[in-house]
Design a protein around this ligand. Structure first.
Ligand code: PPS
Ligand code: ADP
Length: 203
């Protein structure tokens, strides 16, 4: 714990940065099982925002574990610290005026709620990829479910580690009649929400 520390104000604040970018900083937090389509949605959303002239940045769980979070594994306390750190970084990006897209399994409700608490007002938008374990396991693009079923990965989310689904998320994306909506359709649903709440303008 640090003591004798003071907050340093900066001359240009969030309000000025948001005006410059003509948008409002926020965090789009995408949660769901491995293989549920988090990264695909994050990329599609970022691309769609870019074509509309809006600045976003993706914080992807897998990618951050190569650097910022390389000291963390998948034990419960490591996942807690992983989400806490990413929540803090996402808050900084939102303060910079960006639409920060965080894409992590983030299996524990309490940790996601703690990230929400870090943000002001309604600028934390939780997106739940509500895809069945069956679908995620059938996709298995990295072969991790297969390894988990074979007991070669211990504590794999959805197999022998918990996933707590959101109770009050802003957006829930799920299969309809066994079909998963396309990545562009899902991105458009998120964009419609952001537009409706005024995040994509600042005039
Ligand atoms: N035990 C275990 N459980 C779940 N996932 C595992 C595990 N081991 C490795 N991986 C790979 O790590 C990616 C998830 O990292 P996250 O930082 O998003 O996880 S968490 O939010 O801390 O739970 C996850 O990526 P995604 O498939 O994109 O979700 C996996 O590729
Ligand atoms: N909306 C979608 N429709 C069809 N396939 C998808 C969709 N979203 C993701 N996929 C596919 O599912 C697999 C897992 O997606 P990914 O985005 O890597 O999931 P996650 O980041 O949650 O692990 C990939 O092979 C991807 O191409």
């Amino acid at each position: 714990m640090s003591t004798n520390i003071f907050w340093q104000e900066s001359p240009i604040g969030k309000t000025e940065r948001q005006k410059l970018l003509n948008q409002k900083g926020c965090v789009v937090w995408i949660t769901g099982l491995s293989g549920s389509g988090k990264s695909t949605l994050a990329c599609s959303l970022s691309r769609e925002l870019y074509t509309r002239g809006k600045l976003s940045y993706i914080l992807d769980g897998d990618n951050l574990r190569h650097g910022l979070n390389k000291d963390l594994g998948f034990k419960a306390e490591d996942r807690v610290e992983n989400i806490r750190r990413v929540g803090e970084v996402a808050k900084l990006f939102a303060d910079a005026g960006l639409i920060c897209i965080a894409s992590l399994i983030s299996p524990y409700r309490k940790d996601r709620d703690a990230c929400r608490e870090m943000m002001q007002g309604s600028s934390f938008i939780e997106v739940y990829m509500n895809m069945s374990l069956q679908l995620c396991e059938a996709r298995d693009p990295k072969g991790l479910y297969k390894l988990a079923r074979a007991g070669k990965i211990k504590g794999f989310t959805g197999i022998d580690d918990p996933y707590e689904s959101p109770l009050n998320c802003e957006i829930e994306l799920k299969e309809k009649e066994g079909e998963c909506p396309s990545p562009v359709a899902m991105a458009e649903e998120v964009i419609a929400y952001l537009e409706d709440k005024g995040f994509l303008q600042n005039q």
